[in-house]
Design a protein around this ligand. Structure first.
Ligand code: FA5
Length: 349
């Protein structure tokens, strides 16, 4: 007797019947046990579906592709239903959703809140990029450092009255939450050999009352440049180039003498007011200039403590507050917005 010819249409009908039978049962499942019983019944080794797949070899190549693809579709659908049931029932078991709750998969999903980089970090990266292109290396400071590096090594020995200019947070064991990135000058002078070109971007801390221009935690960017025959003019040219790149417009800079114990001569550097292009506005108090950073020629004592021969080499250093630069760039009136956690403020950048 010859074996009966396998019937394509009948097998396809069997496959379809399977899903028609299984679907309503799986939709009504209320316990994990029930779900498992249905899984075994419709997807297990002894299920009708497995039987159908076993008969595939009896079909022609063409028919096998048709049945195989239909059977796999059904298998995927049933597996997904079983899986969804088990996730839902496990959640109920662990009291995460009520058993009355139905999941409406057609509801629109919430827009995910995508995070982004903080504006000060964005501008720190921009600053690093600009200086790197100018040949500077980058060194990051220790946020907690010792008295020697924060003060003594920058010509502020113990008892020096100017130490009071840097309101300091001390730890119980006499360490310092760095008050300025000048804390890295001594290490840079010792570890890099001239010509030295390094910037130090990092967080600083001051034990002082906050206001629109002062935060207890803020970012400074120190610059240290040492070589033979370095002059103040080299410093002004370096910073003019930086600020023109940073603000994406041509700016002028000028130096006004001021006192910092670690530089001689020391001073403040101003640049043409970014907001009014030097014409005069209320931010620059109608002067057309904005005092932006402390800087000067590195004091011979600081060079010596860093192991550099001050008869052969000279250098300049500066330190600016990054938040203040960002405030000018985006016309932000209060420094405290940056770390207040105000999402509406931060979302603008
Ligand atoms: C210093 O900290 C010096 N170390 C800078 C320096 C380095 C001078 C090298 C010379 C050579 P000063 O305390 O002025 O200086 O701070 C430098 C800059 O940090 C300020 O111009 C300001 O932009 C920023 N800054 C200082 N205190 C705060 C604060 N509380 N909040 C926000 N920014 C601040």
């Amino acid at each position: 007797m010859s074996a009966s010819k396998p019937d394509l249409q009948k097998t396809l009908d069997d496959v379809k019947n399977l899903i028609d039978t299984a679907k309503p049962l799986l939709e009504k499942v209320t316990t994990l046990e029930e779900n498992e019983t249905l899984r075994v019944q419709f997807l297990g080794r002894k299920s009708k579906l497995t039987d159908i797949l076993r008969t595939l070899k009896e079909f022609s190549d063409e028919d096998r592709v048709i049945i195989g693809s239909e059977a796999n579709k059904i298998k995927t659908q049933l597996s997904e239903m079983v899986e969804n049931n088990s996730v839902r029932l496990l959640k109920i078991k662990h009291n995460r959703i009520s058993d009355k709750e139905k999941i409406d998969v057609t509801l629109p999903v919430y827009e995910p809140q995508i995070g982004h980089i903080h504006p000060v970090t964005q501008m720190q990266w921009k600053t690093e990029d600009i200086f790197q292109k100018m040949g500077f290396d980058i060194v990051y400071p220790y946020e907690i450092d010792d008295d020697y590096h924060n003060f003594t090594a920058v010509n502020l020995p113990e008892g020096h009255p100017a130490r009071d200019n840097w309101d300091t947070f001390w730890t119980e064991d006499g360490q310092i939450a760095i008050t300025h990135t000048s804390s890295m000058q001594n290490r840079i002078l010792k570890e890099f050999k001239p010509p030295i070109r390094v910037i130090v971007p990092g967080r600083c801390f001051r034990h002082e009352a906050t206001d629109a221009r002062h935060e207890h935690t803020f970012t400074q960017v120190e610059g240290v440049y040492v070589d033979k025959n370095v002059t103040l003019n080299n410093m002004l040219a370096t910073l003019k180039t930086f600020f023109s790149e940073f603000y994406e417009k041509e700016v002028e800079v000028k130096f006004t003498p001021d006192f910092f114990p670690f530089v001689e001569p020391g001073g403040m550097m101003s640049l043409t007011c970014i907001l009014c292009d030097g014409k005069g506005c209320n931010v620059c108090k109608n002067t057309g200039w904005l005092e932006i950073l402390g800087c000067g020629m590195i004091h011979p004592n600081v060079l010596k403590m860093g192991g550099i021969d001050s008869d052969v080499y000279s250098g300049f250093a500066w330190g600016f507050g990054l938040e203040r630069l960002v405030m000018l760039k985006y016309n932000i009136e209060d420094i405290r917005h940056f770390y207040s956690g105000k999402f509406d403020f931060l979302k603008q950048f």
